[in-house]
Write a protein that binds this ligand. Sequence first.
Ligand code: GLY
Length: 554
Amino acid sequence: MRWLIILLSLVFLMACSTPQLRPQAQAVASAHPAASQAGLDILNQGGNAFDAAVAVSAALAVVEPFGSGLGGGGFWLLHRASDGKQVMIDGREVAPNAAQRDMYLDPVTGQANKVASVNGALAAGIPGLPAALVHLSEQYGELSLADSLRPAIRLAKNGFLVNEHYRRLARFRLPVLASSEPARSIFLREGLVPELGTRISQQDLAASLESLARDGFSGFYRGELADKLVSGVQQAGGIWDKQDLANYKVKEREPVVIDYNGMRIISAALPSSGGLVLSIALNIIEQYDLAAMDEATRVHLVVEAMRRAYQARAQYMGDADFVSVPTEKLSQKSYAWTLADNLNLKAAMPSQQLTGLNASEGHDTTHFSVLDKAGNRVAATLSINYPFGSGFVPPGTGVLLNDEMDDFSIKPGTPNVYGLVGGLANAIQPNKRMLSSMSPTFIETEGSVGLLGTPGGSRIISMLLLAILEAEKGAQASSWVALPRYHHQYLPDVIQHEPGALSDELKAGLIAKGHLLESVGRTYGNMHAILWDKENGRVTAASDPRGKGMALVE
Ligand code: GLY
């Protein structure tokens, strides 16, 4: 008996000290409770994390029409447990074949027409999200595409209720939504922002999702739906052609892998700038002992790392299938060391004294994270760019189109609507993908795995940087998503921060070092994260307290 007790105790101790190869729970964290529930339902029906990712992406397309959708694109970062494969599914939009570098410039004055790259049919790139869902389901899923799309179809038919966030963004985009008849009738009520609690049902979108569920790629990119999309765009002054849709291709990209202070960060590859910008910033920061610094010096260092990494983004980054980007050089630690040569811990470096240009993109988008019990994982960031994208819906489709063309540098050196300028590597070319900041990310340590990401335009990358530095301290997912945020993107040369993110003492310390500070007026970002503690198998998840999302663990 005594031996039996000793044996059982030993088995128990071994179980406690052996890293758990599988999570003890599954988790979905997204920007909308109905989308998180759709993902969990698919997991409970026997789907894996990839099927759940299809369900969540499609559900978000319905219930968060201002953030992402069938008319947009995104990046899905995958880890497959069976063989450890890590890959980024690139469903980014591409420029139509008839696009030209100067298509948004006035032919007489050469001035950029910033309205045409943001509002209406001419602003829309060729969508990648439907093709990416087909690819995810066919290459990685266990269930059929039709099974995984079912929750979204139901949500589109039954409708969802307007909340304050919807109202704020619809107010922001009211003129453009009102000018497209289908968008007006779906998203507004008598041309006005709908009242709180108004039910938005989308029958045309349900039919488009059904077409995708039934016929896969051809159900969206060829045939009747494609005809409606193309003729709607052309009649509204856009330049899409049927071949643009038929030729759309999803790409599988090798993610960017960063070794940082014993952690392994896996993040988005070009055409997202996220992984490379994170790599440069972390490689600069790694040379210093953050823990030994006072708060003002620590924030100053992180800001100086952001400044240099965003400057490199502007100068070098674009779609590497079209332009030559020195990715190897940019990810080398020695490159970051040279950037840090002129980094003074006592004084800010004016951005004008760094060479190069900058680029940025819009402020809406969405993110979700999924982990299944086998250890498969997906972090995905999806977008139609600005809130409600281009505001244009081709008649009879229910598909709200993106305005992702504005993520190109429409005129090198000319500030876009966010007051920022872009570089030649990101100039418009037919069939090229526009540079993005969307950065779905995994954080791997010896004993844990984190999945995270957020919307937020060019601030996406700095939010992730701050979250990674928080994870380094051993903090939980709930701290990563709640962290007060600050940001520097090289130009404008100012530290942007959420109201209240910096204490008065910290502000004084930063001003003394020569920084300009700007409160951006409201909080930003909407991060959704999952943390799997491999020591004990425990899974926790968190949705950003700034948003209305929901993290479900079961
Ligand atoms: N449109 C947002 C991004 O791609 O970064």
